[in-house]
Design a protein around this ligand. Structure first.
Ligand SMILES: [Cu+2]
Length: 124
């Protein structure tokens, strides 16, 4: 379609820009950082999932809950840790800036299987 009218071109341009801005506004209202959300459930004596796959440079929020007692989540190589408390959601925001495999452990004594509470974050 060939557009002859200059005004019509400006109208189309304005509509396109407006739609784009509105879309960005709506997106910002619903998810300001466009983070990926990963939910992790702790339970004596494991995490589900215990392997967390992330993409390098993609913002992510890890949301933790526990089904029983207080747990910890500690990723020494990424300098991340949080407590996981019954009845609450603990959140860790991060943007992985390097690829690799990063082990995590529970660092709060939570019972006889505490030493087995571990997993890994894999960033690709
Ligand atoms: Cu533990």
């Amino acid at each position: 379609m060939k557009i002859k009218s200059g005004r019509f071109k400006i109208f189309i341009l304005a509509a396109a820009v407006g739609t784009g801005l509105f879309g960005a506004f709506v997106n910002a209202q619903t998810n300001p950082t466009n983070e990926q959300v990963i939910q992790i459930v702790a339970k004596k004596f494991n995490y589900a999932p215990n392997v967390i796959m992330l993409k390098k440079d993609r913002p992510v929020v890890l949301e933790f809950t526990t089904l029983d007692v207080v747990m910890g989540f500690n990723v020494p190589d990424l300098k991340i840790r949080t407590d996981i408390i019954p009845g609450k959601v603990s959140r860790v925001h991060l943007v992985p800036d390097k690829a690799g495999t990063f082990p995590f452990v529970c660092d709060i004594f939570c019972g006889s299987g505490h030493e087995d509470m571990s997993g890994k974050i894999i960033v690709t």
